[in-house]
Ligand binder design. Structure first.
Ligand code: ACO
Length: 324
């Protein structure tokens, strides 16, 4: 039987820290509002590095952590909603810089669920023998597509990239994945691209930024996170007490607290970094995973549930057993 396993992780976030106090100078908000309503205290905002640059830096760290050479990679997937350009893809830019001459490389867009969707594709390629080593990256420079005049959204997001290398194994260490989309709810979170007529009115420019119905997303997220957790317990026959960590998409601490109560698992078993990094969309789960790997929070044999949700709308979950 062919299974798959995470061989190593890496992440990179820009050095520029933007505190809530700094955002008080941009829109009508306050440090206390942002902390109380979201749990976010600071986020990293790029000062010139574009998405590919962040992706490449996280990829190089993941290759080093897994002791894998770029030439061994035969699949590169980058999950992003904020690529540098429509063509070439961020994945092709990464391929060029890491010397992954043997790889197929492409981007996917499932918004904040993108990393789990990419993991699902890579698992499928590896377990059917179509790839042997895959590099999966979530990378975003959301500050490019945030409306810095909209206090409902600009306080939430940050920039960064996280990467993992996956290889085949005789056992299944990525044992369960579920990914779903709910296109009928797409209006809840939108970001247009330039229209056919290039009319640069203020309205058109703002439509090219993230617009969000925060309450709709909030309700959707709490519901699907609870459902996905319960689905994993049911489908993979793992006992609740055997799950060491839950790593949710890092959007809002209140959502995580609410899920923690609903599934009756203490907050101490959730991996959380949103206070320092904000919501980095498809990069949020791999950045937090890399931090937990490097700081020793997750250990050999840890069972980790990852759960994401985002624009599309989309959602997904996976069960990982740590062995690296
Ligand atoms: N500072 C101060 N006041 C604010 C701010 C702000 N930054 N933003 C909104 N407010 C005001 C509102 O205008 C409103 O004022 P009003 O009562 O006078 O009308 C009041 O605060 C309450 O606003 P709500 O929208 O009800 O606040 P809520 O408690 O719902 O929190 C939030 C808003 C943080 C956006 C929350 O709904 C949320 O986190 N939703 C999910 C968002 C999300 O996760 N999006 C991304 C998911 S997908 C992806 O990651 C790409």
């Amino acid at each position: 039987m062919i299974g798959s396993r995470i061989l190593g992780t890496g992440s990179y976030t820009p050095s520029n820290i933007v505190y809530n106090k700094d955002i008080e100078n941009i829109v009508d908000t306050s440090d206390s509002w942002i902390r109380e309503r979201t749990g976010i205290a600071e986020r990293r905002i790029s000062t010139g590095e574009d998405t590919s640059e962040l992706a490449i830096k996280s990829a190089l760290k993941a290759l080093e952590d897994s002791n894998v050479d770029g030439k061994e990679i035969d699949l590169i997937l980058v999950a992003t909603v904020s690529p540098d350009s429509l063509i070439p893809s961020v994945a092709c830019n990464v391929q060029k810089e890491i010397g992954a001459v043997n790889a197929m490389a492409f981007d996917i867009n499932a918004a904040c669920s993108g990393f789990i969707f990419a993991l699902d594709i890579a698992k499928g390629y590896i377990e059917t023998g179509r790839a042997t080593k895959a590099l999966i990256i979530g990378a975003e420079v959301l500050s490019k597509i945030v409306n810095w005049e909209d206090r409902n959204t600009c306080v939430l997001f940050g920039d960064g990239a996280g990467a993992v290398v996956i290889g085949k194994d005789s056992e299944e260490y990525i044992s369960y994945i579920n990914c779903k989309s709910v296109g009928s709810k797409g209006e809840s979170l939108t970001c247009d691209i330039l229209p056919m007529e290039n009319i640069c009115t203020k309205e058109v420019i703002n439509n090219n930024k993230i617009q969000m119905n925060g309450k709709d997303i909030y309700k959707f997220a709490v519901k699907v996170m609870e459902e996905e957790f319960n689905r994993i317990i049911e489908k993979s026959n793992i006992k609740k007490d055997d799950i060491d960590f839950i790593l949710p998409h890092q959007a809002n601490i209140r959502m995580i607290e609410s899920v923690s109560k609903k599934i009756d698992i203490p907050l101490s078993r959730f991996i959380i970094n949103l206070d320092k990094k904000g919501n980095t969309s498809s990069a949020s789960i791999p950045i937090a995973l890399d931090e937990a790997n490097k700081n020793g929070q997750i250990k050999q044999g840890s069972n980790i549930v990852i759960i994401g949700f985002g624009g599309g709308l989309t959602y997904g979950s996976a069960l990982l057993k740590w062995n690296k």
